[in-house]
Design a binder for this molecule. Structure first.
Ligand SMILES: *[C@@H]1O[C@H](CO)[C@@H](O)[C@H](O)[C@H]1NC(C)=O
Ligand SMILES: *[C@@H]1O[C@H](CO)[C@@H](O)[C@H](O)[C@H]1NC(C)=O
Ligand SMILES: *[C@@H]1O[C@H](CO)[C@@H](O)[C@H](O)[C@H]1NC(C)=O
Ligand SMILES: *[C@@H]1O[C@H](CO)[C@@H](O)[C@H](O)[C@H]1NC(C)=O
Length: 433
């Protein structure tokens, strides 16, 4: 034992506790590499002052919002409650037998599964907060456009048919109009697969040739069986004194649990995160990024071309002569957000993301932890400036520049339309020939 002085240890622990409470950045590094199951708080913009441009007036807003933090799906919850519990018990037995010594054994001892089987994919209370505060910040950013009094002619809210998007929409409207608004705000009936909010569910060719096709998994599978992943699995095994007991799947299970528990608990660190170094997490993250790149991103043209369904809804709304509604706000899923980002040409890479390129891609723009965590949002605001109309694009509440308008945050509607209003051939590209 290096620290045999009890007083010294107690002071050290108190100091670390103090650092953890007073300095949120201290626990940030691991939170930044958790893929699509990352918390929104790492990318949120808490500056909610009004966004104004000289001689311009915000007239319309169109938003695509991914639901907030949810519970894991049923199969993952089951694995956490059986396999992960068994791994915990084995590690604790080894510690008791004094076969191994591990750090943070107390947090592992007190760990129990926090997700129960009946909760599969439901929004968590943290997810509700994410949506509530997002709504609140958005209202203060555009106070003249998003008025705090609900009217069904002014606002159009819609969510997909799922508990997590429904509850997200409700929390969000409470953020805009005040608690209890979810009781009177109207939400239209939800079709099983909404052609705008979840177009890809209706794209048979994408389902067959991308989503369910083994080719789309090649890079992901290659990386999972490659040496970086093997090194990580080996390191985690060693850290837990388990020899070569843990498989890639076990380590992945720990990673997912780390992600969900981190998203759901902003104050505590999951013991399943502590089994990884930041570099290990970056390896696990790269696999997730590869998966999404080849299924929802730039990997296949079809994946993002079909997002013209959502894009056209935006264009129709912004070019319509109708003054109402003034806001169209949609609650949807990761798959929609990623395809839309790629459709717009955002976070594009000069070369495809490949399994062999891990070290070359440390600074990649296609980083799902940042571009598509829970609560991800893509918001377009139409401004009227004298006789000209301009579009502001916000991703994660921050202005982003579109490829057609790299010189300013405000993009003229005309330039936007010239670049993006090519014909949407959804039926044609999605039909299985
Ligand atoms: C907050 O946002 C406003 C509007 O975008 C901007 O003018 C201001 O500089 C920002 N404040 C800080 C502290 O970043
Ligand atoms: C721990 O010690 C007990 C008693 O010696 C033994 O039966 C058991 O197999 C040990 N457990 C492990 C995981 O080595
Ligand atoms: C994996 O292998 C490649 C070449 O085969 C090598 O360049 C790289 O350093 C290795 N990475 C690790 C983590 O061992
Ligand atoms: C992404 O970047 C590649 C390489 O620069 C380019 O060929 C491609 O057209 C871009 N994709 C989109 C959708 O903008």
């Amino acid at each position: 034992m290096v620290f045999n002085n009890l007083n010294y240890m107690v002071s050290l622990l108190l100091f670390l506790l103090w650092v953890r409470i007073t300095c949120p950045a201290w626990r940030k590094p691991h939170e930044l590499h958790l893929g699509s199951k990352s918390a929104y708080r790492n990318v949120a913009n808490h500056n909610s002052s009004e966004i104004k441009y000289d001689s311009c007036r915000a007239v319309k807003l169109w938003a695509l919002i991914r639901h907030g933090t949810r519970h894991p799906g049923f199969p993952l919850i089951q694995k956490i409650r059986t396999r992960l519990v068994a791994i915990r018990d084995l590690v604790l037995e080894l510690v008791r037998n004094e076969t191994i010594e591990i750090k943070n054994v107390e947090s592992l001892e007190s760990w129990t599964p926090e997700f129960s089987e009946g909760e599969g994919k439901k929004l968590t209370s943290e997810g509700e907060d994410e949506m509530f505060f997002l709504g609140q910040r958005l209202r203060t950013r555009f106070p003249k456009l998003l008025r705090p009094v609900y009217s069904s002619s002014m606002y159009h809210f819609k969510h997909t048919r799922s508990e997590r998007t429904e509850k997200s929409a409700e929390a969000f409207v409470n953020g805009i109009f005040g608690r209890g608004a979810d009781k009177y705000v109207e939400f239209p009936d939800t079709p099983e697969f909404d052609p705008i909010l979840r177009f890809y569910k209706l794209c048979d060719r994408w389902m067959k040739n991308v989503k369910k096709h083994p080719d789309a998994q090649i890079e992901y599978a290659k990386f999972r069986s490659g040496n970086e992943t093997a090194e990580t699995v080996k390191a985690v095994n060693e850290r837990l004194g388990l020899g070569s007991y843990l498989s890639v799947n076990d380590v992945h299970l720990m990673y997912m649990t780390c992600a969900f528990e981190t998203a759901n608990n902003k104050k505590t660190i999951s013991p399943w995160c502590s089994v990884f170094t930041v570099n290990d997490l970056m390896v696990m993250e790269y696999a997730e990024d590869l998966k999404h790149y080849w299924i929802d991103g730039y990997g296949y043209e079809l994946s993002y071309k079909q997002a013209c369904k959502a894009r056209d809804d935006l264009i129709e709304f912004f070019t319509s002569k109708e003054t109402f509604p003034q806001a169209k706000i949609y609650f949807t899923h990761s798959g929609t957000l990623l395809k839309m980002l790629a459709h717009l040409g955002l976070y594009n890479q000069s070369r495809h993301l490949l399994a062999d390129d891990f070290s070359r891609n440390v600074d990649r723009t296609w980083r799902v932890s940042r571009i598509d965590p829970f609560g991800t949002n893509l918001i377009f605001v139409l401004f009227k400036c004298h006789d000209e109309q301009k579009i502001l694009t916000l991703h994660q509440e921050k202005a982003v520049r579109l490829p057609c308008c790299m010189s300013s945050d405000l993009c003229s509607l005309k330039q936007f339309l010239d670049y993006y209003s090519f014909k949407c051939l959804f039926k044609k590209i999605c039909r299985i020939p």
